[in-house]
Design a protein around this ligand. Structure first.
Ligand code: GLN
Length: 193
């Protein structure tokens, strides 16, 4: 049975936990979903979700605890949302620790400050989806020479969702909707790897 860990360092963890369980129920698959805090817990996961929050704080704790190493050594699939997208990148416009699993560079706070947060319908996997953007990043760019990179969604010329191999980065907050579409997609990726 596969295990999905919700990285429980800071940010919207319980919402991701709930919607991942709901996604698995909808799919009729039996998986373990567990909040994880330390490298040894992460090591037992097939996939992990990094929530939104403060990417500087989450990144610092990831490095202090050696979680980045465990993810890389065990080739664990990562689904990063918002701050999680920042952390998956190789480069950002701030000086901060990044896991760097994806060949993307990320622009933090693309849409401005907290007060500029918004909701907007977006299109992803050929379906309409309600995007919740909270101090959201977007992509500055990605390495177009990498054949395993797939852009998943664009909003007003900004790339807001992208996949490379089994890693997925999105700039909005699917855990704050009732729609399990994107979590189901990630679970499928982990099941099929
Ligand atoms: N702007 C925040 C950061 O880069 C992310 C905001 C969020 O996750 N809601 O850390």
């Amino acid at each position: 049975m596969i295990k999905i860990g919700i990285l429980n360092l800071q940010g919207a963890v319980s919402e991701h936990y709930d919607i991942t369980k709901k996604a698995a129920r909808n799919m009729g698959v039996d998986i373990v979903v567990e909040p994880v805090r330390y490298a040894e817990d992460v090591q037992t996961c097939d996939g992990i979700i990094i929530s939104g929050g403060e990417s500087t704080v989450i990144g610092k704790l990831i490095f202090e605890r050696g979680i980045d190493k465990v993810i890389k050594e065990n080739n664990i699939a990562v689904f990063g949302t918002c701050a999680g997208m920042v952390l998956l990148g190789k480069k950002t416009d701030f000086d901060q620790p990044l896991i760097g699993l994806m060949d993307i560079s990320v622009k933090r706070n693309t849409y401005g400050r907290q007060k500029d947060s918004f909701e907007s319908p977006i299109e992803i996997f050929n379906q309409e989806y309600q995007g919740v953007f909270i101090r959201a990043p977007a992509l500055e760019g990605y390495d177009k020479s990498k054949e395993d990179i797939k852009v998943l969604s664009v909003l007003d010329d900004e790339i807001i969702a992208i996949q490379q191999g089994h890693n997925i980065a999105i700039s909005f907050h699917p855990e704050l909707t009732h729609d399990t579409l994107i979590h189901e997609y990630f679970i499928n990726e982990v099941l099929n790897q």
